[in-house]
Ligand binder design. Structure first.
Ligand code: 4AZ
Length: 214
């Protein structure tokens, strides 16, 4: 996606519905993407497209990979929202470059091809306080989640169906970007007082390193 080189798409593979969008994802190294565990509801085949911008137009730089391995977080439970994280290893030849995942707060963006995101494919978003998120979602909101929202003029900015699994990225002061969240759930979309909820990547760095070996 132009300007968002880590944005990837999890799509169906096979004779039926080939290429249909399942979820967003974030490329975190040359062979791993981070996405939501809830994207994998059935045992169908998946592929991962990277380097895409317009979802329907074949473009230079767009690449598709078969999936080598899907690692769901071991604490994720079907139909739940907690521990909503999965790592997908792409079937590519070798190579590995790790990225640190420290703190960042300002300058955050959500991206995706889902029902989102105003104006198109991308939106600046604000991480809200834990207190605010707890107030709205009570015990459904755990320490492994972030919530975020913002307004664009009179329109609310939010992730929505089809965006989940995709990145909430923040730009640090030194100019580098961090995957801060993975789009997960929320009460509806673009509703006042119902911010989108994101899996808090910083809570999972040890697990990500263990799985990816980085
Ligand atoms: C979804 O269904 C979904 N507004 C993603 C994000 C939000 C709601 C639903 C947050 O994938």
């Amino acid at each position: 996606m132009g300007g968002w080189p880590w944005q990837a798409a999890l799509r169906l593979r096979g004779f039926q519905a080939d290429g249909r969008l399942v979820c967003g994802a974030t490329l975190i190294s040359s062979c791993w993407v981070l996405t939501s565990a809830h994207c994998f509801k059935s045992t169908v085949l998946y592929k991962v497209r990277v380097g895409d911008y317009h979802a329907l137009v074949p473009e230079e730089g767009e690449q598709e990979y078969a999936v080598d391995r899907i690692v769901m977080h071991p604490h994720y439970r079907p139909h739940g929202n907690d521990y909503d994280l999965a790592l997908v290893r792409l079937l590519v030849g070798g190579g590995a470059d790790g990225e640190r995942v420290p703190r960042a707060k300002a300058n955050c963006y959500i991206t995706g091809w889902g029902d989102t995101v105003h104006p198109d494919l991308q939106a600046s978003i604000t991480i809200l306080s834990k207190r605010h998120c707890k107030h709205r979602y009570a015990d459904q909101f755990t320490g492994r989640m972030l919530c975020a929202g913002s307004a664009f003029g009179d329109r609310r900015v939010d992730s929505c169906r089809g965006d989940s699994g995709g990145p909430l990225m923040c730009k640090r002061e030194n100019g580098t970007w961090v995957v801060y969240g993975v789009t997960s759930w929320g009460h509806s979309c673009r509703q006042q007082n119902s911010p989108g909820v994101y899996t808090k990547v910083s809570a999972f760095v040890p697990w990500i390193k263990k799985v990816t070996g980085q």
